[in-house]
Design a binder for this molecule. Structure first.
Ligand code: F0G
Length: 454
């Protein structure tokens, strides 16, 4: 490892170790907390290792027209800010990143705010934001000579890991909670050749089992407790800042599950500010599903200083997590940026997802918590008319097509869940209609909806 450039610092007790000294479960042997990657050379102002922010902005822009494979990656294009490999030639890439930033004019109008955007991380090669972290951490595993990599997952991490492992010619082990992940994701792990174990427990149970496995077998752990994952996942923060010409938006809204993503985006913006590339951090707000809301509860009861794990339930299976590993890091990000952590109901998630769909922006349910959360922030005045807001959409709509179909057939929500949103649901639902195979029948179908569709 490039130890003169990076080291690991314990988030709890501050202990510093070299990269290859980390325990297999990435927990600090002193206090049990997680590590963060840090770059000591950056702190010496004027030092030769401190990146020159102005020069980097120019270099990264130049790379957009480069034909180098690494420059085609929206992660490795920014490689000066993640010098975690001995040789960048070891990077395993599927051209991740470079995701679109979509304007959402209809949702913005409905909410009465001017500037609302979606940064769609579901447009990554395996359909979720996990690819940005996986290219980073799996490349480390490859460089260190591991044959096997593994993760516990609600589906997207496993899809990403299996794909990158396949590209690198490595073997991958996936532990997923039985019956609780979307089929699209399960099919990806199979397609990419992982050994997939459907374990008779939930996500939190899978992670516990895997933690014990990696302590005994030479298998490299690729959950977001692995600090190199977060180095890749911080790069969308750079993309966002670059898109706004280095004037960051006022608010970034992120879904919260195991809380690695919010931690990573916060780290990305923090480092840009420390390097003088932006002048302030956006407020970062984390949104959880009501049935999987340990951090939101923590903010309500103790200001984000301690969490009580919950038994998680939500149809947004990606964020069905009751004991999030990175909660301390995420809590720090929320507090330091002046953001919030809220939770939203199953009905609010379903309606928000359908509303995004009606703007032509598909996403998986876990991503739609961001719009549902934004509505609350606007309603209580925490987001105001002149604010610029970016929702981070984390997964592709085809990951969980069953959810979407169930919604449009009226089979997703229970009557109690649906009642508060009856009129919205009525306006948004678009079940398929069965017609005879004649032009007349299809034209009649058009006539039938003319009056009903606003
Ligand atoms: N959105 C999607 C689509 C996800 O897959 C996840 C997490 C999250 C949001 C939450 O991100 O955990 O960093 O707070 N999915 C993990 C997985 C847990 O196994 O795929 P987080």
């Amino acid at each position: 490892m490039n130890d003169n450039l990076h080291q690991l610092r314990c988030f709890g007790c501050g202990a510093r170790i070299r990269g290859e000294q980390a325990a297999p479960d990435f927990r600090c042997v002193v206090c049990g907390d997680l590590f963060e990657v840090e770059y000591p050379g950056w702190n010496q102002r004027g030092g030769t290792d401190r990146p020159n922010g102005g020069a980097l902005k120019w270099l990264w822009r130049e790379r957009r027209s480069s034909s180098e494979l690494l420059d085609h990656s929206g992660v490795w294009r920014f490689r000066e800010l993640l010098p975690i490999l001995d040789s960048f030639g070891n990077a395993v890439t599927l051209r991740e990143g470079h995701t679109p930033l979509y304007h959402l004019p209809r949702a913005a109008k409905a909410l009465g705010i001017d500037q609302l955007y979606a940064k769609h991380q579901g447009m990554n090669p395996t359909g979720s934001f996990k690819d940005t972290g996986m290219t980073a951490a799996l490349s480390v595993a490859k460089e260190r000579g591991f044959e096997w990599v593994a993760c516990a997952s609600t589906g997207n991490t496993s899809a990403a890991m299996a794909a990158y492992a396949a590209r690198a010619g490595m073997r991958s082990l996936v532990l997923i909670p039985e019956g609780k992940i979307a089929w699209g994701k399960l099919s990806q792990a199979m397609d990419y050749g992982a050994l997939t174990c459907q374990v008779k427990t939930d996500f939190d149970g899978c992670l516990k089992v895997l933690t014990e496995i990696v302590r005994e077998a030479p298998i490299y752990l690729l959950n977001s407790v692995n600090p190199y994952r977060l180095e890749g996942q911080k790069t969308p923060a750079i993309e966002i800042a670059e898109s706004f010409d280095w004037h960051v938006p006022d608010h970034i809204i992120v879904p919260g599950g195991n809380l690695g993503n919010s931690s990573a985006l916060g780290k990305g913006f923090r480092e840009l500010r420390e390097l003088g590339m932006i002048t302030r951090m956006p407020k970062i707000t984390v949104i959880q599903a009501e049935g999987a809301n340990p951090l939101a509860r923590s903010f309500r009861t103790n200001g984000g200083t301690a969490i009580d794990p919950v038994e998680a339930h939500t149809r947004a299976t990606a964020i069905r997590i009751g004991n999030p590993a990175s909660w301390r890091k995420a809590s720090r990000v929320v507090l330091e940026t002046g953001g919030w952590c809220l939770d939203v109901t199953e009905g609010e998630i379903a309606v928000a997802k359908a509303e995004l769909g009606r703007e032509g922006i598909g996403s998986e349910p876990a991503s739609a918590v961001t719009l549902a959360g934004l509505k609350k922030l606007v309603a209580d005045g925490r987001v105001t008319e002149s604010d610029t807001v970016v929702l981070v959409l984390t997964g592709h709509t085809l990951k969980d097509a069953d959810y979407t179909i169930d919604f449009h057939r009226g089979q997703l929500l229970s009557p109690e869940e649906a009642v508060p949103f009856a009129s919205e649901i009525e306006a948004l639902r678009r079940d398929a209609v069965e017609v005879e195979g004649t032009p007349k029948a299809v034209l009649a179908a058009i006539e039938a909806v003319k009056g009903r569709w606003a």
